[in-house]
Design a protein around this ligand. Structure first.
Ligand code: AMP
Ligand code: MG
Length: 330
């Protein structure tokens, strides 16, 4: 395996310029976004794109999201949309971008098959984080940026998480502190007659529907992940083990059940909404803190993590999606 010294950069202009130079010369650089840290490579650099899959241990049929600094960048990676789709794209862009929304577009012929895993669509996002925008602008070209973790493990929400997974495998990490959103972007497909949410995220179905309906479309539907197991998956990443710490993750529906599981499978850490937090034995569960808390449970050599999914938590589709996957052994 390729081995290098991984540099830890600050948010200074000098360091952003050095990071951009590394990317232009074909290296991999991790950087903060508002969702999670991304592992960046130039979108048109085939050898760098291939090295992303090696560094992460990512299956090659799991496509990468292209990160753009501005709307005009879309023309470099996407073919033109049909009129009604373009109207919806414009409205979604106006409402949620830059931000935690990823939109599938028809792939431009210049986009590498390694980026889209051979699909005819390319996923595009406009990160809101100022360091992400500064880096993309300094490189002068969109960046592919999957989450900067070892494949299967919880996504990184600090530069330390990136270092602990990828040190020695990538050229540098830009330290922008903790990510404000903490879970990955909402991924939507607006190219099919039925508008679909391929991955739930902090931008909710209700928010998306508000825009779609105003533009004369029917509301979004959630893609059925189970249906995608054998058939060609709509969003290939959905079929893989994701977000899972080394500790076993159990779901509980009441505090009493959580405490019973904790006594049965020690050492255990319970995660629950803020109102349950009580010093050491119960940690806060939120979108922003989920991955950091799962990683911390491993660092503290917990055997189990028990997540209290009360009614309030169960209403949060994005958080439940990540929790369910973290609890799945596959
Ligand atoms: P990550 O970068 O690790 O947050 O994962 C990106 C996810 O976006 C992938 O796992 C896919 O599920 C989804 N994705 C990216 N590109 C496409 C595409 N062209 N079609 C469908 N889903 C995509
Ligand atoms: Mg990921």
């Amino acid at each position: 395996m390729y081995h290098t010294m991984t540099r830890l950069f600050s948010s200074s202009q000098q360091h952003i310029a050095e990071a951009a130079q590394l990317l232009r010369s074909g290296e991999l650089v991790a950087f903060p976004t508002e969702t999670v840290y991304g592992l960046g490579a130039r979108v048109f650099d085939e050898s760098a794109v291939r090295r992303i899959f090696v560094a992460k241990g990512r299956p090659s049929d799991n496509p990468l999201i292209v990160h753009c600094a501005e709307k005009a960048d879309v023309e470099r990676v996407s073919e033109p949309l049909e009129k009604s789709q373009q109207r919806l794209f414009d409205a979604l862009y106006e409402a949620f971008c830059p931000g935690a929304l990823t939109i599938l577009l028809p792939k431009h012929s210049s986009v590498l098959n390694a980026v889209t895993a051979g699909l005819e669509t390319v996923a595009v996002r406009f990160p809101a984080h100022p360091l992400a925008q500064a880096l993309i602008r300094a490189v002068g070209e969109p960046l592919v940026a999957p989450s900067a973790n070892r494949s299967g493990y919880p996504s990184p929400t600090t530069a330390e998480h990136v270092m602990s997974d990828l040190e020695g495998r990538i050229a540098a990490v830009i330290d922008g502190g903790a990510c404000s959103v903490g879970i990955e972007s909402t991924v939507v497909n607006i190219l099919t007659p039925e508008l679909t949410i391929l991955r739930p995220g902090s931008i909710t179905k209700e928010q998306l529907d508000g825009i779609a309906v105003k533009q004369g479309f029917a509301p979004f539907v959630y893609a059925n992940e189970n249906a995608s197991e054998n058939a060609a998956p709509q969003s290939p990443g959905m079929k893989y083990r994701h977000y899972a710490p080394n500790a076993d993750v159990f779901l509980a529906s009441s505090l009493a059940e959580a405490q019973h599981l904790a006594l049965t499978y020690p050492p255990a850490q319970i995660l629950a909404r803020r109102e349950y937090v009580d010093g050491a034995s119960i940690d806060e569960l939120s979108e922003q803190s989920l991955y950091a808390t799962l990683r911390n449970a491993d660092a503290e050599k917990c055997r189990t993590v028990i997540i209290l999914c009360d009614e309030e938590v169960q209403k949060n589709v994005a958080l439940m999606n990540r929790i369910t996957k973290a609890a799945s052994k596959r």
